[in-house]
Design a protein around this ligand. Structure first.
Ligand code: TRP
Ligand code: SF4
Length: 374
């Protein structure tokens, strides 16, 4: 039963059992959509091709809408609870992919959530929001245009807050507890706020979008379930439709456990000086064998290798080159030392270039987002 398996979007679970999402929660597999994506959008993102984005709800609707040239809104968000790392970059890449396709983009800086649930200092949260999240989005290529909106949850427009208040009427505590487990006021408000984040583009005031796509990490699915229920309940009153969503896997930290701002030795940040990032990656857990002799004989295990995961997610964009590394690792031709040097070279090069852009981006954050005054 679904109730026996709960995902806590505020929790610290190391691994989500992805298969259970299909079985218990009715998420569909993403891979079968790829041919259709090629037809409608063109080349899929590497994260789509490689199964990093593995699940969805109602994505077909988005493809249909795009094909019929209807307007589509993308909504996603970041909790500004620390520095921007490679896990966040994955979300940024999806935002930028859909922006290029012409989607209206709404990016939420979830400062209310970070304050209430993570219990962080307001000043810190605002600073991270601007100088880590907004700045990195700009440096990664998010364009500023009239179809792109970045907002702080505590500093947005009135009808958005009206939604949060209205939603409170049609959700029960029992329902919330069935989805999230133990609740407290901060979490209740965070969940309703996230529902407003996702649904507000459908209001005339914000553009009256009929189709909304939410690309998120798999841990956010409880919010999607709640939000879809809320959409149903406000169908007659506000004309809401259910949003669509996609789900990506989490990249693990360099020791094979959770990647998180609170584990800086095992997480690479986009602001890490390249030498430091290289040092971290050099120490990373690989799928290599105990001795060179064994590795030559048995081959490595890329599936269990955090360096390989870095290639898949961030460092290699050619599928052919990736497959070549995979095969040479498996076949025992490639040894971890050589493989790691190559990975660190690519990583250092990326960071050097990125950090140049980041320096300039920092001067432009206020053109993109208006921070709350306290
Ligand atoms: N809860 C999300 C997180 O922890 C952040 C978030 C807030 C969000 N509002 C959103 C994500 C709306 C997607 C859509 O990262
Ligand atoms: Fe990982 Fe490369 Fe070693 Fe294979 S050779 S286990 S991909 S580091």
């Amino acid at each position: 039963m679904a109730q026996e398996y709960r995902i806590d979007p505020w929790g610290t679970a190391v691994r989500i059992e992805y298969e259970k999402l299909f079985k218990y929660f009715g998420i569909s597999e993403f891979a079968p959509l790829l041919p259709r994506i090629r037809e409608v959008f063109g080349e899929p993102l590497h994260l789509m091709r490689r199964g990093v984005i593995f699940g969805h709800r109602d994505y077909e609707r988005i493809l249909e809408a795009y094909k019929s040239r209807e307007r589509i809104a993308l909504v996603t968000g970041f909790m500004p609870s620390g520095k921007f790392h490679f896990g966040h970059k994955m979300v940024a890449e999806q935002i930028i992919y859909y922006q290029k396709l012409g989607f209206e983009v709404f990016v939420v800086i979830a400062d209310a959530e970070a304050y209430a649930v993570r219990k962080l200092d307001r000043k810190k949260v605002i600073e991270y929001g601007l100088y880590e999240y907004v700045a990195n989005l700009i440096a990664l290529g998010l364009e500023k245009n009239k179809h792109t909106h970045i907002y702080f949850q505590t500093n947005y427009e009135k009808p958005y807050y009206r939604l949060i208040q209205m939603f409170s009427r049609r959700v029960t505590m029992a329902e919330m507890e069935a989805i999230y487990g133990n609740m407290e006021p901060g979490k209740v408000i965070a969940a309703l706020t996230q529902a407003a984040d996702i649904l507000h583009p459908q209001l005339e005031y914000f553009g009256g979008f009929k189709h909304v796509l939410v690309p998120v990490g798999a841990d956010q699915d409880p919010h999607m379930r709640l939000t879809r229920d809320i959409a149903d309940r406000f169908k007659s009153e506000l004309g809401f439709e259910r949003p669509s969503s996609t789900y990506h896997r989490f990249q693990v930290g360099l020791d094979g456990n959770k990647m998180s701002s609170s584990r800086p030795d095992h997480t690479i940040f986009l602001t890490d000086p390249p030498e430091q990032a290289v040092r971290k990656l050099k120490r990373a857990l690989t799928g290599g064998r105990a001795t060179i002799e064994e590795q030559r004989r048995l081959g490595g295990v890329p599936e269990a290798c955090t360096v390989y995961e870095f290639y898949v997610y961030h460092l290699i964009f050619s599928d052919k080159e990736l497959l070549d590394i995979y095969r040479r690792c498996r076949g025992g031709e490639l040894l971890c030392g050589e493989c790691k040097s190559y990975a660190t070279e690519l990583l250092a090069k990326f960071l050097e270039e990125h950090q140049k852009k980041l320096e300039k981006a920092r001067d432009r954050v206020l053109d993109y987002a208006e921070p709350p005054e306290f």
